[in-house]
Design a protein around this ligand. Structure first.
Ligand code: MN
Length: 204
């Protein structure tokens, strides 16, 4: 059993240069080492604050502390899902096969239709947030959703299959204000095997 009570920044499953030209080395390095790290540090600092207040039996603003905790944990967990659902340039992209390919065809009519809807969801996130492909086991439906900031307004028990970070920090060095170009580039580096594995695990 893992006994640590704190989070760590996970290693990327590829090198910092491997997603170029779709995501540059500089963009990926800052995103992973600075932004993702900040959510890990933010969460751990709140854990320490909670531990201390409980040990010393002092009061704290529990509502704002937990809101802040949810923001930072969401940031950490979403980035931890994001990195492995990307694959090095030349090894990702294309079309999903297997259970995932079937599920998308069945729900959306075609993979092209799914891509179009997912891109529209990603491009239209207001301010900072994410697009996510989720799956509902009760209805066997893949469902696309928007996530505001890092606050996963997700339906309990839905599994997250794939996420796309559309915070400006995810693309601004490479694409400036052109989020749609970043979303377009994303399709070249999706790791469909990983996304399909998540669906198979969910349905086991
Ligand atoms: Mn991010």
């Amino acid at each position: 059993m893992n006994t640590t009570k704190f989070y760590n920044l996970p290693q990327l499953p590829y090198g910092y240069k491997d997603l170029a030209p779709y995501i540059s080395e500089e963009q990926l390095t800052i995103h992973h080492q600075k932004h993702h790290q900040a959510y890990v540090n933010g969460t751990n600092a709140i854990f320490e604050k909670l531990d201390k207040a409980r040990k010393d039996v002092t009061d704290l603003d529990i509502k704002s502390t937990l809101k802040n905790l949810s923001f930072n944990i969401g940031g950490h967990l979403l980035h931890s899902l994001f990195w492995p659902n990307l694959a090095p340039a030349g090894k990702g992209g294309g079309k999903p096969s297997g259970m995932l390919g079937d599920a998308l065809d069945k729900e959306f009519g075609s993979f092209e239709r799914f891509k179009k809807e997912f891109a529209q969801v990603a491009v239209s996130v207001e301010g900072s947030g994410w697009a996510a492909l989720t799956f509902c086991k009760q209805t066997n439906r893949p469902i696309i959703m928007q996530i505001e900031k890092h606050n996963t307004n997700i339906y309990p028990a839905f599994g997250i299959l794939m996420v796309l970070d559309v915070w400006e920090h995810a693309y601004y060095l490479d694409y400036k204000n052109q989020r749609a170009k970043f979303v377009d580039a994303f399709w070249n580096i999706v790791n469909w095997d990983e996304v399909n594995n998540r669906l198979e695990e969910l349905l086991k």
